[in-house]
Design a protein around this ligand. Structure first.
Ligand code: GLA
Length: 396
């Protein structure tokens, strides 16, 4: 299977560019975040898993190394080919187009001292776009690997470089979670990331549960601007709390007691945002502990608490997400459910018994269809390996 898929992408590369000589294939996965939402840019904790949904880039050199030549990128999903002189990439400005992600990555590579060699690229992705499963991080990380074409860059620098591409070129002040998990994911494991130290530990999940993502199939226009607003509100919370507790550098540092004592002097909205972040950070730790004990009921309960906090305190949910969560909770075999990712559309993640998955998928799709006249996609979340070069032995 693995070899077959790889040779298929190589075949398509040959058809598109006329030759597959020297072609290499790189893969970077999407992710689903189990718990710890909107905590990463507050330097707290997150618990994502890398998925087997991934972006693959086949690439081969297209000219004389370090000489004049083109970088060509073809997106199968967009059915669109774009090309630039390799030497011009550093001077491009954002175009509000999907190519902002690869160009942003190329510019960060240049800034980090790498050259961009003339090359042909073919992008194939199984991460649904705009679904909140991190298709952009998968594109950034796979592009970085393809443009590096085997030149070494340590994994943490790779993740941070891709995050900078998102900040500087795509214009979203995102945290590190999506790029980090795309690089550091591991089969059968969730990854608890400390977004301040940028260290992580692998969390093996108990048996008897599985995770399913359900796609609302919507991405409300608000998503980008609201994200920036939340980042600013968290900064305002830190500034306010610091007046009383000067040692506080980020919401990560704030204890529930400190928040309670500082909250009356904060604007009400800002205090609610901070309450989400502070309680959510604590929930990640409790979830990991509950997982180690195999306390499935508590794990489920924490997922639901996370959702309610995102819904009411952080206000990044929407009618479609709330409907999917509430519907899931009424289905037999479900332990818990919550929105996952930035919010305002995208996916929910539901923790359930493996034997309940098929029935769950049918019931939730039917209910959503009746309510919103759209069929939601349902994805099994299989924890998968992080980014790298695809070789014949790897699953694809
Ligand atoms: C988006 C961002 C992440 C993170 C989540 C919310 O996916 O890219 O950095 O902030 O939203 O948890």
């Amino acid at each position: 299977m693995a070899g077959l898929a790889e040779s298929l992408v190589k075949d398509d590369f040959r058809k598109l560019y006329g030759s597959a000589e020297g072609v290499r294939v790189f893969r970077a996965p999407g992710r689903v975040n189990l718990i710890g939402e909107h905590t990463d840019y507050n330097l707290g904790f997150v618990l994502p898993v890398a998925l087997d949904l991934a972006t693959y880039i086949a690439t081969a050199p297209s000219g004389v190394p370090s000489g004049p030549g083109k970088v060509r990128i073809y997106s199968e999903f967009r059915k669109e080919m774009r090309e630039w002189n390799a030497a011009d990439l550093g001077a491009l400005t954002p175009a509000r187009h999907w190519t902002d992600y690869p160009i942003g990555v190329a510019q960060e590579l240049l800034r980090a001292g790498f050259t961009i060699e003339p090359a042909n690229l073919l992008i194939r992705s199984t991460v649904p776009e705009g679904s909140g499963l991190s298709s952009s991080a998968a594109l950034e990380v796979s592009t970085a690997l393809a443009l590096l074409a085997g030149r070494p860059l340590d994994p943490l620098s790779l993740a941070r470089l891709c995050q900078r591409a998102e900040h500087n070129f795509a214009g979203i002040p995102c945290g590190i979670m999506d790029q980090y998990i795309s690089v550091f994911g591991r089969e059968h494991s969730a990854v608890e990331i400390d977004c301040r130290s940028l260290g992580h530990r692998f969390v093996e999940l108990p048996s008897g549960i599985t995770f399913v993502a359900v796609n609302t199939m919507v991405k409300h226009a608000l998503a980008g601007s609201a994200y920036k607003q939340r980042v600013a509100e968290c900064a305002a919370a830190v500034a306010g709390i610091k007046e009383k507790f000067p040692e506080v550098e980020s919401l990560r540092d704030v204890s529930p007691e400190q928040l309670e004592s500082a909250a009356p002097s904060l604007p009400a909205v800002v205090a609610r945002r901070a309450r989400h972040v502070v309680t959510e950070d604590a929930r990640v730790g409790r979830y990991v502990e509950a997982s180690a004990r195999g306390d499935l009921a508590l794990m489920g309960k924490l997922l639901v608490e996370s959702h309610r906090s995102l819904q009411h305190d952080y206000e990044v949910s929407c009618a479609e997400l709330d409907f999917l969560v509430d519907t899931a909770l009424a289905i037999d075999g479900v332990f818990g459910s919550r929105m996952t990712g930035g919010g305002f559309g995208g996916c929910t993640v539901t923790m359930l018994r493996p034997d309940a998955v098929a029935r769950f998928g049918d019931q939730i799709a039917r209910a959503y269809q009746v309510q919103f006249h759209v069929t939601p996609q349902v994805y099994a979340c299989r924890p998968s390996a992080g980014a790298g070069e695809v070789n014949d032995r790897e699953d694809f």
